[in-house]
Structure formats: structure tokens, C-alpha cells
Design a protein. Structure first.
Lengths: 129, 181
């Protein structure tokens, strides 16, 4: 064994000695088992609380999603109504001034669509509620 | 590791408590050693090791055997130790720097009465990964493969860390010897 190898062997031995004592303290297993017992005792209560929190978070997310969907639906219907009024403004003016009778086919179709739309909206609201 | 196969078989058979009772003595030194190599503080390493075993007790029923048992345990240990390190840094950063230094230097020592102060100082001065590799390698005369699994690094990287650490320690001890004489 040359001097380099013997120095290395000596260093290895010193390092082994230095780290040989690196271990958990006496009674470690008992301390762990005590902590496990504490966790086991509180786990069912914690589980219930976690379950409740999870349900509450789910409900909050669902309500938020529904609020967004309602807003988008109202905005969409409003935009459609505005577009229709804009598009058929002359006809509406004629109807309002009595220049077009209610028996006009365009008026009847428009009125039916509006009535159906209103009914669908009402039914949807009832179903969601 | 044969103990791992037995523990895994017990978990799959639903005998989790029995598996845990086998697992704790088999892994105590390794979990503690890994936590210690990262934290350099016996008290903090013991806290982390306890926390790891509580986590293992909770998670064992969900262990599906996709990863090796040892790999899974080392990953939990590393993550728990790193979280503890972050918490410790946050709390130390709020305290007096002098106290911080004192706590660091005391906690870093491997035993209450360090037998080899010069060597310990040289080890403490090594870069983190080299110090960690040296601690794990010499704690239980482990193979490089096992140290690599514990550190979550490739075997060749660990060999390089060990080689550089030995060279660094030899140089530091040589310099310290010259200073003393």
C-alpha cells in the first residue's frame, strides 16, 4: 500500500468513525408510535372537517359557475333582442303607429318566437331553481 | 432489498400495521441519515424523521408498488426535509444573525462531543451535495447505488461528488496539519 492509499484509508476510517453515531435518539420508535396514535385518534374528526370543507368549496364553485352562466345567458338574450329590434325597427315602428295589423304574418311569427323564448326561459328558471 | 419485498407483500395483503412495524426499524437509520445529511442538525433531523414515519403510516394503505418502496420513502424524506429547511430558514431570517450562526454551528455537529473537530470542520466546509454524499456513504458503509437512490441522483454523479469530496477533505486536512505544525 503506497502512502496515497494509506492516507485515503486513514481518511475513510476517520469519516466512518465521524458518521457512525448519526442515528435517531433512544426511544425514537416509541415517540413515533405515540405520534401515530395521536394522529389515529384525531384522523376521523379531521376527515369529517376535510369532507365538509371539500363539499363547501364544491358548492361555492358550482354557484359561481351558475352565476357566470346566468350572466352570459342574460347578456346573450339581451344582445339578440337588441339586434332584432335594430333589424326590424321600421316594422316595429309601423306596428306601433298602427300602420301594420297584428294579423301580418311577420308580426305573428315574431310574436310567436318571442312568446316561445319567454316560455323556455321561464321553464329553465323553474328547472334550475 | 428482501425486507422491502416482505413489507410490500404485507401492504398488498392489507396488513398495513404489521408492514409499518417492519418498515420502521428497517428504515429508521436511513431516513434519519438522509434528513440529517440535508439539515445538519440532529434535533431537526429527528423531527423530520418522525414526521416522515407518520406520513408513511398515513400513506402506506395507498402505496401501489409502482415505485420501489425505498425510492418512495426517500422521496417523502427529501421533500419533508426540504420543507423543514425552508421553514427553518424563514424563522432564522427573522432572528439575530449571531444567534443564527451559533445555532448553525452547534446543530451541524454529528455528536454532542465531536471526536474529530478538524475533520468535522472540513466536512462542514464542503459544498452541499458533496457533504450529503459523504454523510450518507460513511454513515452505514452504504454502496454508491444506495446513496444515489437516497439522494435521487445518478450513480456517476454521486461517484463524482464522493471523489471531489475526498480530494477536498484530504487537501483541507493537509492544510490544517501544516497550520498546526
Amino acid at each position: 500500500m503506497n502512502s496515497e492509499e494509506s492516507r485515503q484509508a486513514e481518511l475513510d476510517a476517520r469519516l466512518r468513525k465521524l458518521f457512525a453515531g448519526v442515528d435517531a435518539g433512544v426511544g425514537f420508535d416509541e415517540r413515533v408510535m405515540r405520534r401515530v396514535a395521536t394522529v389515529a385518534a384525531t384522523a376521523p374528526r379531521e376527515n369529517l372537517r376535510a369532507q365538509f370543507e371539500r363539499r363547501r368549496a364544491l358548492l361555492r364553485r358550482r354557484l359561481l359557475r351558475e352565476a357566470w352562466m346566468s350572466s352570459i345567458t342574460i347578456l346573450g338574450i339581451g344582445a339578440c333582442a337588441f339586434g332584432l329590434v335594430w333589424r326590424f325597427a321600421p316594422d316595429i315602428r309601423h306596428l306601433a303607429t298602427g300602420q301594420t295589423s297584428l294579423s301580418d304574418p311577420n308580426v305573428m311569427i315574431g310574436g310567436t318566437i318571442a312568446l316561445l323564448g319567454g316560455a323556455v326561459w321561464f321553464v329553465l328558471r323553474r328547472v334550475r331553481g | 432489498m428482501p425486507a422491502d419485498d416482505e413489507i410490500t407483500a404485507l401492504i398488498h395483503a392489507g396488513r398495513v400495521q404489521e408492514a409499518f412495524e417492519r418498515l420502521m426499524p428497517a428504515y429508521r437509520r436511513r431516513v434519519f441519515g438522509l434528513a440529517y445529511s440535508l439539515l445538519r442538525d440532529r434535533g431537526a433531523a429527528e423531527d423530520v424523521a418522525q414526521e416522515v414515519f407518520v406520513k408513511l403510516w398515513q400513506a402506506l394503505p395507498r402505496y401501489d408498488g409502482r415505485a420501489q418502496l425505498s425510492t418512495w420513502i426517500y422521496a417523502i424524506t427529501r421533500n419533508t426535509a426540504i420543507s423543514a429547511m425552508r421553514k427553518r430558514r424563514r424563522s432564522l431570517s427573522l432572528s439575530d444573525p449571531v444567534v443564527e450562526q451559533e445555532v448553525e454551528s452547534r446543530g451541524a455537529q454529528p455528536a454532542a462531543e465531536p471526536a474529530d473537530d478538524a475533520l468535522w470542520r472540513a466536512v462542514a466546509a464542503l459544498p452541499d451535495k458533496q457533504r450529503q454524499a459523504v454523510t450518507l456513504y460513511y454513515q452505514d458503509e452504504r454502496g454508491v447505488e444506495e446513496v444515489a437512490a437516497m439522494m435521487g441522483l445518478p450513480v456517476n454523479t454521486v461517484k463524482t461528488h464522493l471523489h471531489r469530496a475526498r480530494a477536498g477533505l484530504a487537501a483541507a486536512l493537509g492544510a490544517a496539519g501544516k497550520e498546526d505544525s
